[in-house]
Ligand binder design. Structure first.
Ligand code: PFF
Length: 452
């Protein structure tokens, strides 16, 4: 299909796809979620399985999503409908993009609340409030935020307002300028913080915890958490990468672009681990503290730095931007669909969807404010949404999407997307997806559910 058939633009340079997809992948998942999921799942065992999952599951599924997007150059829902009208796919497959869009939508309801925390911490950093913090004062700073629903609501609302404004523009326009500086800047500041943290913290214990392999730590729960987090962190299984693939230039090799995105995503997560864990062990913070881990340990190091308020402000500003570039990709699927199918303006579509996310987000932030309010299975609102999306929806959508691409779709449809003049990536990718990624995802997901 010629490039000018794309409804909403093509990235202005092939590299912009990498920045945009990297901007979607790198976010709170790397800096806030990765350290605490790793902490809760035994450290080195989780890291090792996580790296394997990125290679065996994350990368092939990412390639599948992006290739499908670039082949059809439309939003995922219309694509499946169109293919079924042409008798290339059964119409039932339309459930996949719908589930993907719903997953992204649900994730955004809590993602926005945590992004709001990052904005609140940006304000505290600018005000110089991190100076001289120790473990207990950092913990009480975090507890104060959690017990202030009004403040959380303010930041959550501001964040959603920014998401709506950005996603309301054409993504190819709204993102290009932002992402070009974001990723390099984030990596540089993390490198700097990691070096400092290893210098002042307990580097030996942190490295031991992060990289020590132990068979005893390896359970199905750990493996399920690793698969779920690999999908979450790469933003696959939510249609976000499908939507971005639709704007990708034909000049770029999909396999190479996706491999770079996976590499950058892992690098940022590892750097975040190297910032957080030396402090966690030096200040005897509980590694299993959960969602508070990053927000309690980071201010300690930022407060100890000579140029703390400045570095802290830059760091949290970058974190907020990284969260924003991830958040907008969660709404992109439905916004593009409403725009292309019903000719609703992007801003109007983003306002309707974002308004609904904002509303549900209030329930999430209340579950933090009143931490004891357990709803079902002893989980509060946030835990319920997080576990439901990461451990159930994401693997299910990723499995269905992979089966659709690997088995249901005519093989030659995608073949040409993965064969460039230099290399033929198609065969290995197709085989890995069919015979490794899908069986591994099915096995792990089912075993994790039944608690083997
Ligand atoms: N990958 C993002 C992160 O690690 O923060 C989270 C994310 C983005 C999830 C986009 C889902 C999505 F559609």
């Amino acid at each position: 299909m010629p490039e000018n058939r794309c409804l909403q633009g093509i990235w202005s340079s092939p590299w912009i796809f990498i920045f945009a997809a990297g901007g979607s992948a790198v976010g709170l998942g790397n800096i806030w979620k990765f350290p605490y999921v790793l902490g809760e799942n035994g450290g080195g065992a989780f890291l090792m399985v996580y790296c394997l999952c990125l290679l065996a599951v994350g990368l092939p599924v990412l390639i599948a999503e992006v290739s499908l997007g670039r082949t059809v150059r439309s939003n995922p829902i219309d694509t499946v409908n169109d293919l079924s009208e042409r008798n290339l796919l059964h119409s039932r497959w339309v459930i996949v993009p719908w589930l993907a869009g719903i997953t992204g939508f649900l994730i955004l309801t809590f993602y926005s609340v945590i992004s709001g925390w990052s904005m609140a911490y940006l304000e505290r950093a600018v005000a110089g409030q991190f100076a001289g913090l120790d473990q207990s004062s950092a913990q009480s700073m975090f507890d104060t935020l959690l017990s202030s629903p009004g403040e959380m609501l303010f930041w959550h609302s501001l964040f959603m307002f920014l998401v709506i404004l950005t996603v309301g523009q054409s993504v190819t326009r709204g993102l290009s300028t932002l992402v070009r500086i974001l990723l390099p800047a984030l990596i540089i500041i993390l490198l700097f913080l990691a070096s400092y943290s290893m210098l002042v913290g307990n580097a030996a214990e942190a490295i031991d915890f992060l990289f020590r392999w132990s068979w005893q730590d390896l359970t199905f729960d750990v493996v399920l958490a690793a698969v779920g987090h690999a999908l979450f962190s790469l933003s696959v299984g939510m249609g976000a990468m499908f939507a971005y693939g639709a704007y990708m230039s034909k000049r770029m090799s999909i396999a190479r672009a996706c491999a770079i995105v996976v590499g950058v995503d892992l690098l940022v997560a590892l750097l975040a681990g190297l910032v957080i864990f030396p402090l966690v062990f030096a200040f005897q913070i509980d590694v299993e503290a959960g969602p508070s881990l990053t927000f309690v340990s980071l201010p300690i190091i930022l407060g100890a730095l000579p140029a703390g308020p400045f570095v802290g402000a830059i760091f949290f500003l970058l974190l907020v931007i990284a969260a924003l570039t991830s958040a907008i990709s969660m709404l992109e699927l439905f916004v593009a669909w409403m725009h292309e199918k019903y000719y609703i303006g992007r801003l109007q579509a983003a306002t309707m969807l974002g308004g609904a996310v904002w509303f549900i987000g209030i329930a999430v932030l209340m579950s933090f404010a009143d931490w004891d309010s357990k709803l079902i299975f002893g989980l509060n609102g946030f835990e319920l949404l997080d576990k439901f999306t990461t451990l159930i929806m994401l693997p299910v959508v990723a499995i269905l999407l992979s089966v659709l691409v690997a088995w249901a779709l005519p093989r030659d449809m995608l073949q040409k997307e993965l064969i460039t003049q230099q290399v033929n990536h198609f065969q290995w990718w197709h085989n890995v997806l069919k015979y490794i990624s899908i069986p591994v995802m099915v096995l792990i997901t089912v075993a994790g559910w039944i608690g083997v």
